[in-house]
Design a protein around this ligand. Structure first.
Ligand code: SIN
Ligand code: CO
Length: 385
């Protein structure tokens, strides 16, 4: 387990003073830091088709990006190169542990763990990210500079796959050592170059924009054949200008759209589905032959059994009027309110002991849902591993 210490700040003090506000250098955020993997293992992951990876090189200031999967690592030269692998938490349970200390930020906001390996002077150059990130220094050292958001800074494409930003003034300029962490809010320019071979772990967050939200809501409306209400104007009166679409009519159209968003059932079903959708492939092994509900009920009734969930699982719940809406990896389940304690074991924790479930007094509907989840390979009995 990794224990996070945010300088002398409590988690709440960090949220109040830094989260989405200012960058922060957290010296020895993890003391006695041990890397969950090494560069060879990272390279192994970058050979897999289902894992997104890239190598960025900057020889003589010529920035090149190469997309994985890789058959060899000739491009990862002794200097001026970086290998970056996305969503390693989906594939590497020990690396996934690095997300745990950051779960004081709601689960649905956490995205994935990206890991990079850089050789001296390697990096991705000065850039901005749209999302908050904690960059943890593993093995090696890396020189980081971080600035404050500056709308006058121009972004430009070094190549088709690499957006950078022009030179910026740094408010943090430091050499990160193993266990040090940088918190960088969205829009803060930053750049990091390895001083010696370096592993960096980026805990990334999600923050959907209006465009993503609206287009995914529209898809949900179409999929569920909702939104059939049509514009009506039974109080129509004659008007002087036939070409005019009045403000009143425009308002009525706006309300027609807004009424769908105000339909709490439709809205929450969509929100749970979309926010729990993983963005990267998952390492799922569906159970063959599938367990029956009775078998799962028996396993849950066994004391001291640990059920673990697979890395990258996104599990959230929403309180609805008379029920709970549980959303797991893009699928929704409706459960009785009384299942709240059992549901929290799935959504607040990455593993639970069946003893805790015994206290939670779950319903049959919960067992039904959990049977589906186990059969899909999302939760598994860790005692049988
Ligand atoms: C990296 O580890 O090279 C990239 C991390 C970042 O700048 O977001
Ligand atoms: Co970045």
């Amino acid at each position: 387990m990794y224990q996070l210490k945010i300088n002398d700040l409590s988690e709440q003090e960090f949220l109040t003073h830094f989260w989405q506000k200012k960058p922060l250098l957290i010296k020895q955020g993890f003391s006695h830091f041990e890397d969950p993997l090494d560069a060879n293992e990272l390279a192994g992951l970058a050979m897999e088709d289902s894992i997104e990876s890239r190598i960025v090189t900057n020889h003589n200031n010529d920035w090149q990006t190469h997309q994985g999967p890789f058959e060899d690592f000739d491009l990862l030269t002794e200097e001026n190169s970086t290998l970056l692998v996305q969503a390693v938490d989906h594939w590497h349970p020990e690396a996934a542990q690095l997300l745990e200390p950051f779960r004081f930020i709601p689960n649905w906001r956490i995205d994935d763990l990206m890991i990079s390996f850089s050789t001296p002077n390697g990096g991705v150059g000065p850039h901005l990210d749209q999302y908050d990130v904690f960059i943890i220094q593993g093995e090696g050292k890396r020189h980081w500079r971080v600035g404050l958001p500056d709308p006058t800074l121009k972004q430009f494409a070094q190549n088709k796959k690499l957006l950078q930003v022009e030179a910026f003034e740094a408010v943090i300029d430091c050499i990160l050592e193993p266990g040090d962490i940088l918190y960088i809010p969205p829009g803060c320019p930053h750049e990091g170059y390895a001083v010696e071979n370096a592993l960096n772990y980026s805990v990334g967050f999600r923050a959907p924009n209006q465009q993503d939200l609206l287009s995914s809501f529209a898809d949900h409306v179409i999929d569920t054949e909702s939104g059939q209400k049509r514009y009506t104007d039974h109080n129509l009166v004659t008007r002087a200008s036939k070409g005019e679409l009045t403000n009143n009519e425009a308002e009525k159209v706006k309300h027609l759209i807004a009424s769908m968003l105000e339909d709490d059932g439709l809205f929450k079903q969509w929100l749970g589905k979309t926010l729990s959708q993983p963005k990267h492939e998952m390492d799922l092994a569906p159970v063959e032959p599938a367990f029956t509900q009775e078998q799962i009920a028996n396993e849950l009734a066994e004391p001291d059994t640990i059920f673990e969930r697979v890395g990258g699982t996104r599990a959230i719940y929403q309180l609805c009027e008379n029920e709970l809406l549980v959303s797991i990896n893009g699928d929704n389940f409706t459960l009785p309110i009384g299942d709240i304690a059992a549901v929290k074991l799935l959504t607040d924790e990455t593993e639970f002991n069946t003893n805790e479930l015994a206290n939670a007094q779950n319903s049959l509907v919960f067992v039904q849902m959990f049977t589906i989840l186990v059969n899909e390979g999302i939760w598994f009995n860790a005692n049988q591993e």
